[in-house]
Ligand binder design. Structure first.
Ligand code: RP5
Length: 238
């Protein structure tokens, strides 16, 4: 199997692990890049979970539940696919998402800085994975700089979300979690696409929330926008 298209459809009423779902037998899939390159480069766990103590792994959703065989269980329930898919870690995979607002010149509103992801083509926040041992606040700054060229001090960001991400790569045994943090830059800024970004776009927030965005990034933007709208705390572009 090479794609996620082999997910079985799980009816909403059967998502919860506490609900018995007789005959639930999802395909087991972990991308080869994870088990080869990922393990060699240190961003992926080995295929065997022996030696992983899930009580010692941080999840913003709470203690990590495991099945009879010891595999971590997605806190949102069944996804229709077992294994890690494209994700490196068994259980939570940690990311950080910078949300940059900047005034729209033609009116009083704010624009949000988005990237076009190279993997799916979807518009998304310029987020990325936390490197081993990296502080999440450093990841927020680094990912913004790598993907858009915009440089903002770590201290300028306001955290508005820590938790599960409704990412299309999530499986029964591996899922995305993030810290999303926003900043208002009193423009103008000149972002440029880099790293995983095929393009960068400044989109008026009012338009962005009508668009289809990657995962549940729209929820993070809305949450930050509500907070930002009442804020007078803006930084100058560097
Ligand atoms: C999403 O995947 C996170 O919210 C973050 O934006 C992103 C991190 O993964 P990569 O962009 O590094 O693939 O779940």
């Amino acid at each position: 199997m090479t794609s996620y298209e082999s997910r079985v459809v799980v009816p909403q009423d059967y998502r919860d692990w506490d609900v018995t779902y007789p005959g639930y037998a999802p395909a087991l899939y972990t991308a080869e890049a994870v088990t080869t390159r990922g393990v060699a480069q240190g961003w992926a766990d080995p295929e065997s979970i022996a030696g992983i103590d899930f009580t010692q792994r941080l999840s913003y959703t709470g203690p990590i539940a495991t099945d009879e065989a010891g595999y971590p269980l997605n806190p949102r329930g069944r996804t229709g696919l077992a294994g890690r898919g494209l994700l490196g870690k068994w259980g939570p995979n940690h990311a950080a998402d910078p949300i940059v607002f900047t005034p729209v010149s033609r009116n009083d509103g704010l624009s949000v800085l988005l990237i076009e992801r190279q993997d799916t083509g979807a518009l998304a926040l310029p987020g990325g994975m936390v490197d081993p041992g990296e502080r999440v606040s450093a990841t927020v700054k680094r990912e913004l700089s790598e993907e858009t060229g915009v440089i903002v001090n770590e201290e300028a960001f306001n955290t508005i979300y820590r938790g599960y991400v409704d990412d299309p790569r999530n499986t029964d045994n591996a899922w995305m979690e993030t810290v999303a943090a926003y900043v208002i830059i009193d423009g103008p800024i000149e972002p440029a696409a880099g790293d995983d970004a095929a393009a960068v776009k400044l989109v008026p927030v009012e338009e962005a929330i009508q668009m289809r965005l990657y995962a549940n990034h729209k929820d993070f933007i809305l949450k930050a926008y509500k907070r930002a709208a009442g804020s007078t705390c803006r930084i100058k572009p560097s």
